[in-house]
Design a protein around this ligand. Structure first.
Ligand code: BES
Ligand code: MN
Ligand code: ZN
Length: 498
């Protein structure tokens, strides 16, 4: 979909569909008033009849509105003005996109961006309108034999911004478009089945991305990992017929002397649990166990498109987790790249095993900060549901930066504790420590495990198990946390320059 900014009045606009907001008090927004005036009170008459009361998310499509050049006018309920917050604005925008998709309209012009959202400016509203439009337009059709007939008809969306807000709006739109492109890549990779999206496939995708977006790429093979001593990553991979890879991608947007942010993404292309086999119900969703990796690729794509003045490294340890004749077994002890030994008490806690070696490897980039992104624990889904990612960090300032980026983009994370008290549960009689704690605080003990490999730099961990994909009827990857990560990096790039 193509986006642009428009600052002409609604009564003069031609387009196929004008989208305007209505508040709960049956009050029109400025664009609504302009259309109402031009049409001789047509909108007010409809509202007086009770066909549109401004309830949040209600939509009403009008055709042939008198004296209006556009073919259609869609009224969208915004609810009451004092309650209009981020979530409600996004909900109304999503409802509008949904209603629009049902029509086959090819072009639309939205004035929802003038809705009085509390504490938010025009640029923010433009960014979110575009983000939601792109998200609702996304379809995954690559594995269908016939083209999907309902696939997004909307080709062009113009968003209104006042003359004085034009620069901010254009900038916000540029970021939203880059994030949408990145998130679409993340969704595509997540939605691909594991028989297509293997570790080798991810490596090929990384190479393609490097080529199209001028990144440097390097792929370590199994023999390289053996030479380095990545015993934990290799242990997970040994049960699979697919060869593991450690992908690194470098984006250079600032001076070589500037320390990079390293993003480490869990890339388990299918997690059966290994010998600690998972139950069959919903196991298909374990194709999404590489969404951390996919979000790293998506974020790099967005960062490169935006040409952010910052250095970023993407690091992706990728393998399958399979049971098999050569697979690791509970009780096996392996030596990690850090030199620390681990007793693998549960082969289904494989994410932390592949991440720990990548996190040690990350030291060689002399990072300003390292952020790992992983569909790490079912326990995180129990704790935070599908709303927020779990955020853990050994540095409070870094945690605050990530939380703020999540708030801005509505791609939220929640700060979880990493207190020493939780470390004890990882004890082992046979190795330096075990790869699991008990059932209590499962997302925290997983983060505690990772913290033992991240002592030498500022580090944050995002457990995205609850937010990376949706289950049920709307099953599909969400593209999260590409918006959060891109915003975080954009903020950093802006601050460096000052
Ligand atoms: N990939 C899973 C985590 C997961 C499970 C994410 C379900 C989303 C939905 C991870 O590798 C895993 O299996 N974790 C175990 C850890 C346990 C064995 C300590 C879990 O969460 O059950
Ligand atoms: Mn697992
Ligand atoms: Zn897993």
């Amino acid at each position: 979909m193509e986006f642009s900014i428009n600052s002409t009045g609604p009564e003069k606009s031609r387009g196929a569909c004008l989208i305007v907001g209505v508040l709960q008090s049956r009050e029109l927004t400025a664009a609504g008033n302009a259309i109402d005036r031009a049409s001789g009170g047509y909108l007010r008459a409809i509202m007086a009849r009770g066909d549109m009361d401004g309830k949040l998310g209600a939509t009403l499509m009008l055709h042939n509105v008198p004296n209006i050049a556009a073919e259609r006018v869609m009224l969208v309920g915004l609810g009451s003005a004092d309650e209009l917050d981020d979530r409600r604005y996004r909900g109304a925008t999503r409802a509008a996109m949904h209603a629009l998709a049902a029509t086959g309209t090819a072009g639309a012009l939205s004035w929802l961006t003038e809705a009085p959202v509390r504490r938010r400016d025009g640029a923010w509203k433009v960014m979110h309108a575009a983000a939601i439009a792109a998200d609702s337009d996304y379809r995954f059709t690559r594995m269908k034999s016939k083209a999907d007939d309902c696939a997004g008809a909307l080709k062009k969306l113009e968003l209104h911004a006042g003359e004085r807000a034009l620069d901010g709006a254009r900038k916000a739109l540029r970021q939203a478009a880059a994030v949408a492109h990145g998130a679409a890549l993340t969704k595509d990779l997540g939605n691909l089945p594991s028989n297509v999206c293997t570790p080798s496939y991810l490596a090929a995708e990384a190479r393609a991305l490097a080529k199209s977006h001028k990144l440097t790429v390097q792929v370590l093979e199994k023999k390289d990992m053996e030479k380095l001593g990545m015993g934990a990553l290799l242990a997970v991979a040994q049960g699979s017929a697919e060869p593991p890879k450690l992908i690194s991608l470098q984006y250079r947007g600032a001076a070589k002397s500037q320390a990079p942010v390293v993003l480490v993404g869990k890339g388990v292309t299918f997690d059966t649990g290994g010998i600690s086999l998972k139950p069959p119900a919903e196991m298909d969703e374990m194709k999404y166990d590489m969404c951390g990796a996919a979000s790293v690729l998506g974020t790099l794509r967005a960062v490169a498109e935006l040409k952010l003045r910052i250095n970023v490294v993407g690091l992706i340890p990728t393998t399958e987790n399979m049971p098999g004749g050569r697979a690791i077994k509970p009780g096996d002890v392996v030596k990690t790249l850090s030199g620390q030994t681990v007793e693998i008490l549960n082969t289904d806690a494989e994410g932390r095993l592949i991440l720990c070696d990548a996190l040690t490897y990350a030291e060689r980039f002399k990072p300003a900060a390292v952020i790992d992104i992983a569909t790490l624990t079912g326990a995180c889904v129990i704790a935070l549901g599908h709303v927020a990612a779990g955020l853990f960090a050994n540095d409070d300032a870094l945690a605050r930066e990530l939380l703020a980026a999540g708030e801005t983009t509505f791609d939220r994370a929640w700060h979880m504790p990493l207190w020493e008290d939780y470390q004890d549960s990882l004890g082992s009689n046979f190795a330096d420590f075990a790869n699991i704690g008990g059932r209590p605080a499962g997302s925290i003990t997983a983060a505690c495990y990772l913290s033992r490999f991240t002592k030498n730099y500022k580090w944050a961990h995002l457990d995205i198990a609850g937010v990376a994909w949706k289950s049920g009827k709307e099953k599909g990857a969400t593209g999260r946390p590409v918006p959060l990560l891109t915003q975080f990096l954009a903020n950093r790039a802006a601050n460096h320059r000052r």
